[in-house]
Design a protein around this ligand. Structure first.
Ligand SMILES: [Zn+2]
Length: 264
């Protein structure tokens, strides 16, 4: 008896034998055992070999007119059983078991890969896109009616990721708005209450003073003040009367105010 036949005999006598036990018994690695299974499968007229790590190895008689998918019945009920449904797809399986790819889902996944970059799309990678694009993707996906359970699962998973990306984008947008409106985040607020001088405000006041304008000046006033001073001190304009140090100081003041206020 060759190795294939010996292994097959054990499985037929003791269905559900674990792969580990088989591998130990014949002195094979799991990799070689799995390759051996492929050889065995070729000789199983009208039957199929089902194996997984948890439930061991089983031989199931096949009815070609039915779906080739397997259902787990439990050890007491004889392990795996062939699915009772009609085969509907090229891979000889039903809606539930088919691994066939839905053309629309494939196209959608390609588009998603293209937009989100390499690797499986995640909420994080999708939140790098704009809200418009994400909303558009969601609308596209919602319209697709998947042809198999597998594709339906894929659709639901992607919808979940997309809506998580949507939430992340909304949050980002909120944070951006709060920053532009001069909102001070909670942790900074707490710190500034402790010290008598808000470090932000202190340095900002200094910069406004440098530009010789009041602390509550707006963007236009800052720009005007900066231009006026630049005309007075710029070495290119004033020649030897220019003041490079002063020029640096007013540039720093303007840039710093713009940065802190988040004006562009
Ligand atoms: Zn089935």
């Amino acid at each position: 008896m060759n190795l294939n036949e010996q292994v097959l005999e054990i499985i037929l006598k003791n269905p559900g034998t674990s792969k580990k036990i088989l591998a130990e018994r014949f002195g094979l690695s799991l990799y070689r055992l799995n390759r051996l299974f492929r050889h065995i499968e070729r000789d199983l007229n009208g039957r199929t070999l089902v194996h997984d790590d948890e439930r061991g190895v089983w031989i199931v008689r096949l009815d070609d007119s039915k779906c080739l998918g397997m259902e787990w019945m439990g050890f007491q009920q004889g392990g795996y059983r062939q699915c009772d449904c009609k085969s509907l797809f090229q891979d000889g399986r039903c809606y539930e078991h088919s691994g066939c790819e839905d053309i629309e889902m494939v196209a959608f996944n390609r588009k998603l890969d293209f937009l989100a970059g390499p690797g499986d799309p995640t909420a994080r990678s999708l939140s790098q896109l704009t809200m418009e694009v994400v909303r558009d993707l969601m609308a596209n996906l919602e319209r697709i009616i998947p042809i198999t359970r597998r594709n339906l699962k894929n659709k639901l998973e992607l919808l979940k990721i997309l809506s998580a990306a949507c939430v992340a984008l909304k949050w980002k947008e909120k944070m951006r708005r709060q920053r532009t409106e001069g909102y001070v985040p909670h942790e900074f607020a707490a710190r500034s209450r402790q010290s008598s001088v808000n470090p932000f405000e202190y340095s900002l006041k200094k910069y406004f003073a440098e530009l010789e304008i009041p602390f509550d000046s707006d963007k236009d006033q800052v720009l005007k003040a900066w231009k006026r001073l630049a005309l007075c001190y710029h070495p290119d304009v004033m020649g030897s009367d220019g003041d490079e140090e002063k020029m640096k100081a007013i540039n720093l003041a303007k840039d710093s105010i713009f940065r802190v206020k988040r004006w562009d």
